[in-house]
Write a protein that binds this ligand. Sequence first.
Ligand SMILES: Cc1ncc(COP(=O)(O)O)c(C=O)c1O
Length: 419
Amino acid sequence: MNMLEKDQRYIWHPYTQHKTVKELLPIARAKGLYLFDEHGNKYMDVISSWWTNIHGHSHPFIAESIYQQALTLEHVIFAGCTHQPAVSLAEQLMPLLPGNMQKLFYSDNGSTAIEVGLKMAIQYWKNKGELKRNKILALHQSYHGDTFGAMSVSERGVFTWAFENHLFDVIFLDTPKENETWNVAGIPWDEVACCIYEPLVQGAGGMKMYDALHLDDLIASCKKNEILCIADEVMTGFGRTGKLFASDHVPSKPDIICLSKGLTGGSLPLAITACSEKIYNAFFSQDLHLTFFHGHSFTANPLGCAAALASLALLQKEECLQSIQDITAGNRKFVEVLKEKKNIINPRSTGTILAFELHSNDNMYLSKVREETMKLALSNGIFLRPLGNTVYIMPPYCITAEECNTVYSFLEKIAVKDL
Ligand SMILES: Cc1ncc(COP(=O)(O)O)c(C=O)c1O
């Protein structure tokens, strides 16, 4: 059996219907923007491997940092122990975070960062004795992960239908259109514990983008009503929206922020849920019942922390910050080009993320347009993974202007093609 046959024999892949997906891409190695398959073909990874990779694949500085850390301390339980990489990362990241974040809780993926944020917010009110505050606000079209809490605060649909009876109730708000305001009529504010949102860009929900003014309005309304705000920056964090964090685009700030994906430059699984002092203080007590009873075996894994320190150092370099600005400017210009194309709906960009819809008769996540676009892209040396008929790019920051233009040319081609 070759590798693909063995894969088929033994493995169940994420978000994959194995009855219909016959061919997986056998990736042998990756470098910078490019994935190389077993046959030597190369593909531009312009979706950054599920939005994780920010500096390009197999970055030597990140790889060396992980290697050195592996020779020193690969892992240790984080309850009752601590270590230098976790402390250094907290010390370096904290001043860069939006708002007044004072404490940082480690976990190991985006969904767990969300679970931690929700549990912190819910228990915060319990610990303070405000038992009435137990409702949660979330946004329609949102996606916060695949664990039960994260699914509960996400849009109900094709990802969640099978579990509907097991998800907790949430008050969903519609993201307002350009000249509208939030419809918050009827919200029992004094019963709400927290509001969770993806700032500016709702990723898996279809790269839906909304205005910074609306984001500011939402947070300001929550603050006025003393509701905790949880910014899910799992996707938008670390430069994606043109600033270090999407929350940096507005004056109102979250109380809790969830980070993962780009945190380690996309090299290892690690996540952070950071919170303000007042949240931490509600748990700081002689009463052991008020403890935050949450943790994962690989909490604050030293290899992940070392990778994150290396990634953060790269991110703060002038050339990386400049590249983020260049990609942002290129995307803005290309959106204007796409506006003239007949097959394109709602071209848009926020920072390094560019998206549009292709006309389709079945404009849902399961749209056929998706498969066809992916195939066409692959045959042009580009790795895409549209969300239904929503095509998007979110490249690593090492992409050059020339490579961006190659991708734009391909997107122009599909803009006029009848798929
Ligand atoms: C905004 C957002 N939150 C949470 C998650 C969940 O992250 P993970 O896949 O690491 O569990 C994702 C994943 O795509 C995401 O985009």
